[in-house]
Design a protein around this ligand. Sequence first.
Ligand code: SF4
Length: 487
Amino acid sequence: MPWLTKSRFISGLQCPKRLWCEVHEPLEAPLPDSVAFINGRAIDQLVQTLQPGTVISREQGMPAAIAATARLMRNGAPPVLYQPAFRAGELAVIADVLRSSAGHATLVEVKSSTSVKPEHLADVGFQTLVLRQCRVPIDRVLLAHVDAAFVLKSLAQYDGLIVERDVTDEVEVALPQIAESAAALQDVMASPVRPIVPMGSQCTKPYECPFMERCTREQGGVPEFPVGLLPRGGQVVAALVAAGYADLRQVPESLLGSEVHLRVHQASISGEAYFDPTPTAALQKLGYPLAYLDFETIGLAVPEVIGTRPYEQLPFQWSVHVEESAARVRHAEFLNLESLGNFEALARSLLAALPDAGPVFAYNAPFERGVLERLADRVPGLANGLRGIAARLVDLLPITRAAYYHPDMKGSWSIKAVLPTIDPGLDYADLGEVQEGGGAQLAFLQIRAGAVSAARREELTRALLKYCERDTWGLVVLRRFLCGGVP
Ligand code: SF4
């Protein structure tokens, strides 16, 4: 029988069907790298540099790592062991850190999050179970995570970035239940029959399940307008689902309260877009020049720029469109792939690209405002200009939300949902691999890691520029649309 590993145990706790599918009917394509995965790897690597220790290689696979760990432990456990692997019967784990001293052992699980989450306890609890069955005298269990308050004061000085929380007591309480769950999940894996589990909240919490597409298909798909598309639906959606409603169009109006929900409901039934010009009145009065701004940012778990915090969103790219008149629109852009901390170059070029006066449109402007404010703090010589831009920001998101809804937006006012309903040529799907902020961050990290060929670097760079340009051009089109097509 396949081993119940740590990741399978976590999958099984989320959903027994997920575990069974991972073992018996795995997905063909491996999951692509994500920004979260890259940040997690960076934290793991950093931890190994903070305290000297022996690293067990995973490169030859888990059985080889188990054998290597056993060889080392036979001669007395090293004081600090990274990635030791253990097997107890059909249970197997690779731990992050094992510290040993005078017959005592401390297990440390390293997380790249900024806090301890409930699911982390099950994770480290399962490891404790397996290590104790392997006669490792675990008497202390720690969860190490990123301290969100850490500020990088000098290059490569990471003392204090990782904090450890003692969770020994919580783990001791949870262990009997964890042992029971492990036994039950072994039965799930051993069964030739796939468990029957209807889709539900477990499909996205605590992790997005990779089998969602398959399960949705097998359940006969979802209605074109599921009740779940109601924006900020929360309890309303839960009540509708509990009452047996799946298709929003079947829901009586009387069960919906908010004006937005009624608008979405009505548009879903009629297939007609909603448009109310009243909220656009102030927009109509704005004169040229009209500027449009969008930043792309990255949040690194291990900060690299002095004065920054973990996961602080640092700008590496901007795009600006300026409508100087109804007939003349110019575009400017900036992309810094080399030195993330060169805020002055980014800020100076931005100030040069934007007109000295007039509105600067953004979509969800608090984000752009935050980036500008932090830039002003970092580049005091340009602070006035940057704060001036922040003061001129006009947010198109609340205006769009109040004025417009199209049934194809499926309950979302994200710019990617809105634009294709206004102009089919603005569908982000045609942008290739960089179609959203996460894709842009991943492309940025891949280029910076230097592990891509020159041709691939060129391709990713083009994709990044095209994506950011699309965002601000989309805002030009959106403003014109909201103003009735007459700028
Ligand atoms: S999509 Fe949901 S029901 Fe299907 S395996 Fe994943 S968690 Fe289970």
